[in-house]
Design a protein around this ligand. Structure first.
Ligand SMILES: O=C(CO)[C@@H](O)[C@H](O)COP(=O)(O)O
Length: 215
């Protein structure tokens, strides 16, 4: 079970301090939300922020690309020091090719599905990804309410993984707190992104509370 704090909820003037703090508090992955203002309404940051964070942490840098034509950015994120790139099936006309490109760059790959997208759209890439990211809110903003209907997809993916003998991780993202994390774990998720829950109050205590909820 891995915790992946989202730096979208961090202090944008102090990414270095917050990245160090999250690692020291027990984060496994740092989840970095890249938003282009086209695929989603919000604009966040790009590969240069990944480059700035890379030297200050050993955590896996889990970059979630909420951008149109994500395949265009694989090389720049690889050069910046990303460890993992997550590609939305809704953002490309060539999801299989985009994942192949991430794998060829030597990075971990993930395919992402929005709440309104059925898992049938990703069944042909499950053999070539390291992770599936099931969005449990509509992408674009932190602080939204968890959509429980998405859990059904986590359950289905967990069954498919077992049935086909695959080993991709299942990550959930959006509205994850000390209650919803339990439902996600019970459905079969292994990696839990949380932004506002972790940064609202004491980061160390909130990470410890999430970790305890998983035990
Ligand atoms: O990708 C996204 C939002 O698009 C997420 O990573 C959020 O940043 C999670 O934030 P909380 O729902 O935990 O506040």
């Amino acid at each position: 079970m891995k915790l992946a704090p989202s730096i979208l909820a961090a202090d944008f003037g102090n990414f270095e301090r917050d990245a160090r703090r999250l690692e020291a508090a027990g984060a496994d992955y740092l989840h970095i939300d890249i938003m282009d203002g086209h695929f989603v309404e919000n604009i966040s940051f790009g590969a240069d922020v990944v480059k700035a964070i890379r030297p200050v942490t050993k955590c896996l840098l889990d970059c979630h690309l909420m951008v149109e034509n994500p395949e265009k950015y694989v090389a720049s994120f690889a050069q910046a020091g990303a460890d993992s790139l997550s590609i939305h099936v809704e953002a490309t006309r060539h999801i299989h090719g985009a994942i192949q490109k991430v794998n060829a760059a030597g990075l971990r790959s993930a395919v992402v599905i929005n709440p309104g997208t059925d898992i049938s759209s990703i069944k042909h890439v499950l053999e070539i990804v390291d992770m599936v990211l099931v969005m449990t809110v509509n992408p674009g903003f932190g602080g939204q309410k968890f959509i429980p209907e998405c859990l059904e997809k986590v359950r289905e993916l967990s069954e498919i993984r077992q049935f086909r003998g695959l080993d991709f991780e299942i990550e959930v993202d959006g509205g994850v707190d000390n209650q919803t994390i339990i439902a996600c774990r019970d459905a079969g998720a292994d990696v839990f992104v949380a932004g506002s829950y972790i940064f609202d109050g004491n980061v160390e205590e909130n990470i410890a509370t999430l970790r305890a909820a998983l035990n």
